[in-house]
Design a protein. Structure first.
Length: 279
């Protein structure tokens, strides 16, 4: 498997980090996870056209994880997509895509259908699946599983109100786990257990947690550096890749890495946009 980090940033605009997105390639099969700001141009940067993507998996409905989903779909279509595209995500994903294709971009689609001869309606190519935890889909040599993770749910939001997923890709005897945005939880343990690579959100260094708002974030919303190290160690992860990193000074980045390594003795990579990891 080949993993390409397309966006390792956050909602905070940062020139060197686009918003959440990553690509997993299993042979010729290309699986896209999340579609945040810049996803289409980041794919172009590594020589991949959007119409080559066959599957998209959305973790949750924060805008930094799907803000460019509509742009990706339309760009793929306008640049010649003729093959089916399957989009998977938590309940509500189908409604979002229906709004994008049926309302937000309805005139764009109608214009293309009127002016371009022989084009297939995009709504015949895009299939959307609202999914629950368990097996999501599989091919000849790979499968993708999902689990609910805790991204603010411990504050009182039910999974029905706010469903958030992480994913586990199993292929050719290897495992890649994608945490999504989460704190430590049973769902993340299921996804990460024994993983060859864990792509893990790591928003704050411990030294940044100096106010009540950040304390609340680190406890209930998105994992901070010490928690990330414990998650990886608890699940026997072979390689840990940090993503969804809040902008911070270089000294604070060093602090974040030290925090993670204090709890985890395996290989740690600080994710950067367009980084490629082979397993």
């Amino acid at each position: 498997m080949r993993i390409t980090l397309l966006g390792t940033g956050t909602p905070i605009p940062e020139p060197k980090r686009q918003a959440s997105a990553l690509l997993v390639e299993v042979g010729d099969v290309k699986l896209l996870f999340d579609a945040g700001r810049g996803v289409t141009t980041q794919l172009a940067s590594v020589g991949i056209e959007p119409q080559q993507i066959g599957f998209i998996f959305i973790t949750h409905h924060h805008y930094d994880h799907l803000g460019n989903l509509g742009e990706f779909l339309l760009t793929s279509w306008h640049n010649g997509r003729e093959s089916r595209l399957d989009v998977y995500g938590p309940p509500g994903t189908a409604e979002i895509v229906a709004a994008l294709l049926g309302q937000v971009y309805a005139r764009d689609i109608a214009f293309a259908l009127f002016t371009v001869e022989g084009v297939t309606d995009i709504r015949e190519l895009v299939r959307v699946w609202d999914i629950a935890p368990g097996l999501v889909c599989e091919g000849d040599k790979w499968r993708v599983l999902a689990a609910y993770v805790d991204h603010g749910n411990s504050l009182g939001l039910s999974q029905e109100e706010w469903p958030c997923l992480g994913y586990r890709i199993e292929a050719k005897g290897k495992v890649v786990a994608i945490s999504g945005d989460t704190v430590a939880c049973d769902g993340l343990d299921f996804l990460a257990r024994g993983a060859d690579v864990l792509i893990q959100c790591c928003y704050l260094a411990e030294d940044e947690i100096t106010n009540r708002a950040f304390q609340r974030l680190a406890r209930h919303v998105i994992a901070s550096s010490q928690q990330v190290g414990r998650i990886a160690a608890h699940n026997g992860v072979k390689k840990l890749v940090l993503t969804h990193i809040r902008p911070k000074p270089e000294a604070m980045m060093h602090s974040l890495i030290k925090d993670v390594r204090d709890g985890y003795g395996g290989d740690v990579l600080v994710g950067e946009d367009l980084m490629i990891i082979e397993i």
